[in-house]
Design a protein around this ligand. Structure first.
Ligand code: FES
Ligand code: FE2
Length: 406
């Protein structure tokens, strides 16, 4: 979104939210209005922690990539000391974008307008013909709050973000055996959807659609089942030996929590039958992650914040990232992580590795697009969520409350 749209008055939003029937989907205004979208960006995306990429994308000093959202562009860069910084891509002279390439390697960032030069940590290193009393230390690129969590880089565009470290500490302990910081990006694909970001997210949050829409996924994952059946399978799974020492705890920051608190979710589930990984045939795909010792037939669903989701198998992880682009365009980026010492063609085949979530994401793209098309109709009216859709149901309540909170 590059245009500036006026944010609607709070009273208007409150009226719309008050008309919502709990347990039902949202009114289509929330998926269509540029004013609501502007509010979504300001109230949610400029305040929540956002996953931007993996440390393996910038292994060396001077490696960088850009992360764009709404009117903002952020340079994610590794400096000479190995630290990862997020710098607002806005020159402190007259505001030009400083970095124009989506990714690369550099020693400095040189603004293309009047040639101000910034170092990798954002400090202003040189400028031409400025007055004698010019104080360069006051004009470094603005640094955003950044956290590297198990190799995943998170940033926050707010000046006073929530306490990411404290909020994710319980999850951090549970992820420890997986050593995700010792993985690398094997593949990364964007599946842009012609839909509001909430429709893309709501689709990810439920598996009611898994059986009809994802036959490939449904064959391998028990998550397609309704909760009572799934609970029995989980109990059986938990009774088995657990040589990997992975936790069976269910960790969740509910949607009733404060809007700005980083949501976390962790739940380990069995795969279907004798499947060992998220592959076409259920067979393993890559070397075991971290300190794991065997393919245990389980997988772990993880959320970190509102729009970042991980599905961790014993031999690879899949990261989902949702980014709003405009009212009815969103990016759904999928990243496949494997052990950092795994060699393509030797330890894993890229096509086999990406098969499951490529075919599943393509199907998701289709159903999300169809959903938005129908929601845009004059004949759309909010419909009832099923029991298997408790997460999008609770998200809808969270969303309305958040939108109406100053
Ligand atoms: S705007 Fe960057 S040097 Fe002038
Ligand atoms: Fe799906």
């Amino acid at each position: 979104m590059k245009t500036i749209t006026p944010t609607p008055a709070l009273e208007q939003l409150e009226k719309l939210a008050a008309a919502h029937k709990p347990g039902y989907t949202l009114d289509n205004t929330f998926y269509q209005s540029p004013e609501v979208f502007a509010r979504d960006v300001e109230r949610i995306f400029m305040r929540t922690w956002l996953y931007v990429g993996h440390v393996s994308q910038i292994p060396a000093s001077g490696d960088y990539f850009l992360f764009d959202i709404a009117a903002e562009s952020v340079i994610i860069v590794r400096d000479e000391d190995g630290a990862v910084h997020s710098l607002a891509n806005v020159c402190r002279h007259r505001g030009s974008r400083v970095c124009r390439e989506a990714s690369g390697n550099t020693n400095t960032f040189v603004c293309g307008y009047h040639g101000w030069v910034y170092s990798l940590n954002g400090e202003l290193r040189s400028r031409r013909f400025m007055a004698d009393d010019f104080e360069p230390f006051r004009f470094g690129l603005k640094r955003l709050k950044t956290h590297v969590f198990h190799g995943l880089i998170f940033i926050n565009l707010s000046a006073e973000p929530s306490d990411f470290e404290a909020e994710t500490a319980p999850l951090s302990t549970l992820l420890e055996p997986l050593q995700l910081e010792r993985t690398k990006v094997a593949a990364r694909t964007n599946y842009p959807v012609a839909a509001n970001w909430k429709l893309a997210l709501e689709n990810y949050l439920e598996c009611y659609h898994c059986s009809p829409a994802h036959p490939e996924y449904a064959r391998i994952h028990a998550l397609r089942l309704p909760e009572p059946q799934l609970r029995v399978l989980r109990e059986e799974f938990r009774a088995k030996p657990n040589p990997n020492g992975l936790s069976n705890e269910h960790l969740e920051t509910g949607y009733e929590a404060d809007s700005d608190v980083t949501r976390i979710y962790y739940l380990r589930s069995p795969l279907s039958g004798d499947a060992l990984s998220g592959s076409e045939d259920g067979k393993p795909l890559a070397p075991l992650l971290g300190r794991l010792v065997e393919h245990d037939g389980g997988s772990i669903d993880v959320s970190i914040g509102l729009v970042t989701y991980l599905l961790v198998y014993t031999d690879h992880a899949v990261v989902y990232r949702f980014t709003p682009r405009d009212v009815q365009t969103s990016d759904m980026e999928v990243t496949w992580l494997v052990r950092d010492d795994a060699e393509e063609g030797v330890d894993y085949e890229l096509e086999r590795l990406t098969w499951m979530w490529d075919v599943t994401s393509k199907a998701d793209k289709r159903i999300i697009n169809d959903n938005q098309a129908g929601v845009n109709s004059r004949f759309y009216e909010p419909g009832p969520f099923s029991e298997m859709e408790s997460s999008p149901r609770d998200f809808a309540q969270w969303y309305l409350r958040t939108l109406c909170t100053p």
